[in-house]
Design a binder for this molecule. Structure first.
Ligand code: CDP
Ligand code: MG
Length: 137
């Protein structure tokens, strides 16, 4: 079983898409091993996205990610990282395949509803950013 980190971003929470996103995970056979809602500070958003600190969208992205509550989850499945990325769709909703979360709901390349870890090493560090071992069931 593999674990990955999922975030329903502030636009997804504001637009009442939490249930829709979780339904898609559950219907794909993904188990939720941990979940909580929180509101990142600007500093916390900058730390989470530190890998992108040289990118032109870093300031705007971290402002957006700290603009309201998010829902963070640890997803568990065989191949959870890729399964989640497949459900999410491409970063830019204009390139995302029909039936993916970003195709169906994103409004903007930045405001794209969900985050998902992109590789085993990032999944480990991103899960540890939000959850302790005791919080995963
Ligand atoms: O989220 P994903 O792994 O698909 O994409 P990323 O390349 O790791 O970028 C992280 C996030 O930055 C994206 O999900 C977008 O919210 C944002 N982004 C942006 O605003 N403009 C871009 N040109 C690329 C990414
Ligand atoms: Mg990424």
């Amino acid at each position: 079983m593999e674990r990955t980190l999922s975030i329903i971003k502030p636009d997804g929470v504001r637009r009442a898409l939490v249930g829709e996103v979780i339904k898609r995970f559950e219907q794909a056979g993904i188990r939720i091993a941990a979940m909580k809602m929180l509101h990142l500070s600007r500093e916390q958003a900058k730390a989470f996205y530190a890998v992108h600190r040289e990118r032109p969208f870093y300031d705007s992205l971290t402002e957006f990610m700290s603009s309201g509550p998010i829902v963070v989850m640890v997803l568990e499945a065989d191949g959870a990282i890729q399964k989640n990325r497949d459900l999410m769709g491409a970063t830019n909703f204009k390139d995302a395949a029909p039936g993916t979360i970003r195709h169906d709901f994103a409004t903007d390349i930045e405001q794209n509803v969900v985050h998902g870890s992109d590789a085993p090493a990032t999944a480990l560090t991103e899960i540890a950013f939000f959850f302790s071992a005791l919080e995963m069931v």
